[in-house]
Design a protein around this ligand. Sequence first.
Ligand code: E4P
Length: 249
Amino acid sequence: MKFFLDSADLEEIKEINSYGLLDGVTTNPTLIKRAVEKYGKIDLEAYIKKILKICRSKPVSLEIIGMSYGEIIKEARHLYKKFNSVAKNVIIKVPINVSENKRRGDSFQAIKAIQELSKEGIPINCTLIFTPEQAILSAKAGAFYASPYIGRVDDYLKEKNLLQDFGVKSGINAINKISEIFRREKVKTEILAASIRNRQHVREAFLNGAHIVTLPFKVFKEMLEHPKTFEGIKIFKRDTVLEYRKLFD
Ligand code: E4P
């Protein structure tokens, strides 16, 4: 059972790591933007190197931004070369499809690049997965991780007022189907459940076959909380008699 932190925030990464809970980190352009906004003018290259050093042997996903096969290959090699030497823990994150819609762009650009980069030995976290079919193709291309987006699948169903989308009833249901297929087909690609919004997502992702869950800092905290735990602490504090307290002297 592995937990990744879904964040590019150095303080959060340090904190979760200090609790011994960190197995890896996932970043994306939005998370990097949040870190830049929080810390102001930063030397991003040095900042990312700090993250990699803190994580040491734990994998850190860094995402490409290119929109074509050529750009993805160039950026992935560039990122890997620049950063993997720091702590040997870089995973390159590539979306399953870099087209903006059905008409704009070629749907096969990213999958072709994932295959090429995986063959070269660059580990790929294939991201923006919403269907089992996308996960199957990411595995077929040799991705190291397949990242289905639980929260965003649920958002999509809600926005469109759908009971299901391509036969998927929820983000967790997608994990379940992907896990069943990967198990039957003895697929090596690991399922990295992403877009986690709450503690139930974490539990259900593992129950439905995710190998890893990447979660925001606030969900780590939420996982430790219950009103009855807080209440219990107050009761224990109230009931601690002097004789008991003296045992600790
Ligand atoms: C992780 O790899 C993803 O980038 C992330 O989980 C997306 O989460 P969001 O849907 O909350 O933005």
